[in-house]
Design a protein around this ligand. Structure first.
Ligand code: SF4
Length: 406
């Protein structure tokens, strides 16, 4: 089988892995950062998007947004699509009748490097099915990264997957080669994982490597990391396959973000894959994925605590309103925030004001009072969104009730 055919085989289904901020791939997705109107557009135009991207995606090439805002074309692929594990949601599970392909480390490194040299790909996300155990599979991933970095002098973006069961030394080695590492928890706790992947050990195989990554960051100098810094760490949850609620998912997310300093937690609304034990389950509503992203950003960037999340009685976030707006309606409608006196963390709780907006307000206040909603607009604040919840010099700015609640 030639390299292109193999790449197409192993990369099939990689759109299910939201490891970077990739664009529309044919599935109805709600990646983080999409404003509600963009999400609607994605939902309505997913079929057209799939047709346009199909050819590129068949090789595993996706447009991705980097943390610094730059966009690049990323090859998202696997060393092998063969897997000895049997996770119930996964297209690569052992018992699925499916044509597999496998690359040797040298072959994969050379294949990607040729695409890189030809300008087809600027970054690599490399994962693998588990073949011969997690430790051996991790060795092959690390060997591929070493060939790229040491032999082919590749200095571009590299996201390396950590295999379930990998050892601490392997996590350390991966952190010396990659810009980002990840291991997918898939479920928020051991109990839920039994319904998704009964042969994986939540604590020892999945959570422990994330804890090691943070221990390494804390105990070893950053100069030992790739390019003199430690890679970011991320994980992913499958949402809506086994009855877990948002309290469970966000409690674990809060721990990962606040204690283990994960850059982000990804959420993947469950989408049934044919010929898997969960293939008769209904797909999850993509709005749930979107609300989870919004809530995780409140935990990460807006000083919100879990206790403040506006959960319904069933432990889920409301789907029809963004969690920050829901919080503000309860807490700020009767007691609006005076923009000229509020602390940064109080400003961050106002809908329409993000970290940049809060900093712009603090800076503008040093030059004088903010008296008019147009002053807020000039600072890049979504003033109509903020207006019902603020005072400017003791007065409520005029506002129309926004119909756009999402
Ligand atoms: S170990 Fe990974 S590739 Fe293998 S079945 Fe489970 S999720 Fe899929």
């Amino acid at each position: 089988m030639d390299t292109e055919a193999k790449l197409a085989l192993v990369s099939d289904q990689m759109h299910l892995e939201p490891a970077e901020e990739t664009g529309v791939t044919g599935r109805v997705v709600a990646p983080c950062g999409f404003a509600p109107d963009e999400l609607r557009h994605v939902v309505e135009s997913s079929a057209a998007g799939a047709a346009l991207e199909a050819k590129k995606n068949s090789l595993g090439l996706y447009d991705a947004a980097m943390p610094n805002g730059k966009r690049l074309t990323m090859l998202k692929t696997l060393l092998t699509s063969a897997c000895e594990r049997d996770c119930y949601y996964c297209p690569f599970r052992a018992k699925r009748n499916y044509r597999r392909a496998t690359f040797k480390p040298e072959e994969m490194a050379q294949a990607f490097h040729q695409m890189f040299d030809a300008g087809m790909a600027q970054g690599l996300f490399l994962s693998s099915g588990v073949a011969g155990g997690g430790v051996k599979t991790q060795d092959r991933l690390i060997a591929t990264a070493e060939i790229l970095r040491r032999k082919l002098n590749y200095t571009g973006y590299l996201h390396l997957k950590i295999m379930p069961g990998a050892e601490r030394e392997q996590v350390f080695r991966a952190m010396q080669l990659a810009d980002r590492i990840s291991i997918n928890l898939e479920a928020p706790n051991a109990n839920r994982l039994t319904g998704l992947a009964p042969h994986k050990n939540f604590k020892e195989e999945l959570l422990r490597p994330l804890q090691w990554a943070e221990e390494i960051r804390k105990s070893q100098p950053a100069r030992l990391g790739w390019n003199g810094r430690w890679p970011s760490t991320v994980t992913q949850f499958v949402v809506g396959a086994v009855g877990e609620n948002d309290v469970e998912i966000l409690s674990t997310s809060a721990y990962l973000i606040q204690q283990l300093r994960l850059t982000r937690t990804y959420f993947s609304a469950f989408s049934p894959v044919p010929d898997t034990p969960l293939d008769n389950r209904a797909p999850e509503n993509p709005w749930r994925e979107h609300r989870l992203y919004q809530a995780s950003f409140l935990l990460r960037d807006y000083d919100f605590e879990m206790e403040e999340m506006p959960f319904n009685r069933d432990g889920n976030l409301p789907l029809d309103v963004d969690p920050k707006m829901a919080w503000a309606r309860v807490h700020l409608t009767e007691h609006p925030t005076e923009v000229n006196r509020a602390e940064r963390n109080e400003l961050l709780r106002i809908p329409g004001i993000g970290p940049k907006g809060a900093d712009a307000i603090l800076s503008a206040r040093r030059r004088g009072h903010l008296r008019d909603w147009r002053d807020l607009e000039k600072l890049g604040i979504a003033a109509t969104r903020a207006a019902p919840f603020v005072l400017l010099d003791g007065r409520r700015p005029p506002h129309q009730l926004s119909l756009w609640s999402a």
